[in-house]
Write a protein that binds this ligand. Structure first.
Ligand code: CS2
Length: 484
């Protein structure tokens, strides 16, 4: 069968790709970027060809290897119960593997045509302490980059190098645009990049502080990992071979703080919302969507549900998630109640999308990096206000049960998390003693900080839920906490 390439494209793109020039370097060219920002840019290229994307992966060459033979073209398959729409995206002009093509990547970062560096490097790519949001100077990437400032491996190190080269060349300053699920992601990126720069050179840190823009953005589109069955479905529907098509839902949202150092594409013409303050949107999304997602991931996995749509079809999980959003998350959010209720209802139907096949195991990944902004911030706010936290605490307890690495049938769970080994050691020492396990994990300050573990209500609610998970299992515990 024919491979998707510029020469075999079934229908021409709505712009002349040869006339598109690079304007954006994207670090972390995974499925999420290809389903989200690259689609918005693809929509804009017919009006303005100056914003082509150069993608880079920092860890693995697999995206480059899959897409380079197909001219970086790929299919986005938009799926729901009514069917699938396949669309070819051409906004990514080139993909570099930072491990082997670092010089090319650095040359693009210092290219005068490039004015935006965007990021989807996941929570752990920020090399920070998740509980405080501050640079972790002992992070292996930071240790490496401080010793090798001209050949950095982490995103913060690459941005610092790019900035110093651009300053030396007298180029326009960059805009660094985070598209990761972190609270105040722009401020977080600024804090980390500036802190790292200060470790090299105080002048450079001051330059960054004054000149580089770090808009916050709220990004939203659910993107399950692509499977071989998905590749087969795209092949059957389109008649060509695509080594790495992307699966996603019809819904997409992007809210961007309108603060750019050296110009930007007219993202609003592709449907993005340009606003002065993204924080209320970010908080809503992290606490409602992602908080529900992580809760469903751990409880769903432990209950034997492989996919989110199966988990949310369980009436007790549905009730729990509905209650978590309505009773616990929504009262902490600075948005209009009717807007929040509509967002909740839309989320519940997005979770139920039967065509997405979003694995609970995929969302369960990297919980140590995700819990603070998804559940713990909401919990702190509620405890401060003297409000109860039964459902949120169950989400936290389910994470603790999950990172023991053994499911309810006694089978191994493949726990993917930078702190997996540490959590596992704590779990092995605690056995099935809920109090010991909770004590051990609550002492992991990168996740829980220091204030929350000192709160007696938090500690006892989490511990009693954890005891119930061990004694009665996830399904019975969910039914109990969700109520009738
Ligand atoms: C998910 C997110 O994998 C996860 O942790 O919660 O990737 C989620 O699908 C996106 O944030 C949706 O925009």
């Amino acid at each position: 069968m024919t491979r998707l390439t510029a020469a075999t494209l079934p229908a021409p793109l709505p712009y002349d790709r040869a006339a598109v020039t690079p304007g954006i370097v994207h670090l972390g060219i995974g499925a999420f970027h290809r389903a989200h920002m690259a689609v918005y840019v693809d929509d804009l290229l017919p009006r303005d060809p100056r914003w082509g994307i150069i993608g880079a992966s920092l860890r693995r060459p697999d995206t480059r290897d899959a897409l380079a033979p197909q001219d970086c073209l790929y299919t986005v398959a938009i799926r729901d119960a009514s069917g699938t729409t396949n669309r070819v995206i051409g906004s990514i002009l080139d993909i570099l593997d930072a491990g082997t093509q670092r010089d090319e990547l650095i040359a693009y970062l210092a290219d005068p045509r490039v004015r935006i560096v965007s990021l989807t490097v996941t929570e752990k790519g920020y090399c920070h302490d998740p509980a405080t949001g501050r640079l972790d100077p002992s992070h292996p990437d930071i240790v490496h980059d401080l010793a090798n400032p001209k050949a950095p491996v982490g995103a913060p190190g690459l941005i610092v190098l790019a900035t110093s080269l651009r300053r030396a060349l007298g180029l326009e300053p960059l805009t660094v645009m985070s598209c990761d699920n972190l609270p105040s992601n722009g401020k977080t990126a600024r804090r980390i990049v500036t802190a790292l720069a200060a470790l090299y050179d105080a002048d450079l840190a001051a330059y960054i502080e004054r000149n580089v823009a770090f808009p916050s953005t709220m990004v939203d589109r659910i993107v399950p990992a692509t499977t071989d069955a998905d590749r087969e479905a795209v092949r059957a529907a389109t008649g060509y071979d695509d080594a790495w098509p992307i699966m996603t839902e019809p819904f997409t949202q992007w809210v961007i703080e309108d603060s750019f150092a050296s110009g930007r594409p007219a993202f609003e013409l592709a449907g993005a919302q340009m606003v002065d303050d993204v924080e209320p949107f970010e908080l809503m999304k992290l606490r409602m969507l992602n908080g529900s997602h992580s809760t469903m991931a751990y409880l769903g996995y432990l209950s034997g549900y492989q996919y989110v749509n199966e988990a949310i079809a369980d009436p007790a999980i549905h009730r729990l998630v509905h209650g978590l959003m309505t009773e616990e998350a929504m009262p902490t959010l600075p948005m209009d109640k009717a807007v929040l209720a509509a967002y909740r209802d839309q989320l519940l139907s997005r979770f139920a999308n039967p065509a997405l096949r979003h694995r609970t195991w995929q969302i369960a990944m990297d919980g140590s990096q995700k819990l603070p902004q998804r559940l713990l911030g909401t919990i702190s706010d509620r405890l401060t206000a003297g409000q109860p936290i039964p459902r949120l605490a169950l989400g936290v307890a389910a994470w603790m049960r999950y990172v023991t690495g053994i499911d309810e049938q006694g089978n191994a769970i493949e726990v993917k998390d930078p702190l997996a080994a540490r959590c596992r050691a704590i779990a092995d020492a605690a056995g099935r003693d809920a109090e010991k396990l909770a004590d051990g994990l609550l002492a992991v300050s990168e996740v829980f900080g220091t204030a929350l573990p000192a709160n007696a209500t938090f500690r006892s609610t989490v511990t009693s839920h954890l005891a119930s998970l061990f004694r009665h299992g996830a399904r019975a515990t969910v039914a109990d906490v969700a109520g009738r």
